[in-house]
Write a protein that binds this ligand. Sequence first.
Ligand SMILES: [Zn+2]
Ligand SMILES: [Zn+2]
Length: 249
Amino acid sequence: MHLTVLGFQSPYPGPLGATPGYLLQTEGTNLLLDCGSGVLSQLARHLPVYELDALLLSHYHHDHIADVGVLQYGLMVHQIFGQRAKDRPLPIYAPAEPAGKTESLVYREATRFYPVEEESRLTIGDVQISFLRTDHGDGDPCYAMRLDAAGKSIVYGADSGPGTDWSRFASEVDLFICEATYLERTKPAQPNGHLSVKQAAATAEKLGCRSLLLTHLFHEYREEEVRAEAGEYRHGICHVAKIGLQIEV
Ligand SMILES: [Zn+2]
Ligand SMILES: [Zn+2]
């Protein structure tokens, strides 16, 4: 599996930046995981939008869905131009709640919505996908995704606070894409559905993940500071997200 970071910043993109979006590719399958602000512009560097096979959305917070509307416009125009068949709408797999958010995922012939629950199991091309509800948000579901293909495994942890039970879902995965919203020095006193770099690093270490990608970072964090904080708790491979970073799993 080949992962490209299209966006990783939160809650809003920095200069020339983008909020979360990841391109996951295998021999025959192109998946977009989340579609934040600026992700479409970054995707254009790597893959024509009409070659996507599916979009998976973890939840409906704006930093993860902001570019869905322009993705739909792009697909519609490529259907008019003939690069993508009109009978091949892009499937969007996303939580069924809140219901008011799901309507906008169906657009002309461009996209179709398929609800996802924690028990859902998907096979898209050669990729098997399962879901775990995370400790995040204000009552609406947020789902982490586990993607398995060709004997390798990636968990995209989406947004998650310390209350998520990763033990069965992410143990010893080849790559754990884990949010690290705060540095310890910026962490709020009350947990609010996000992790610090320290918590993400310690979690990946405890789970025995073969590699870790720290993401969902504020754009003004310096990479050295993120690395230094993670390095105290994570001894295995540790990537720090940046636009265009590519990881082979
Ligand atoms: Zn969120
Ligand atoms: Zn977020």
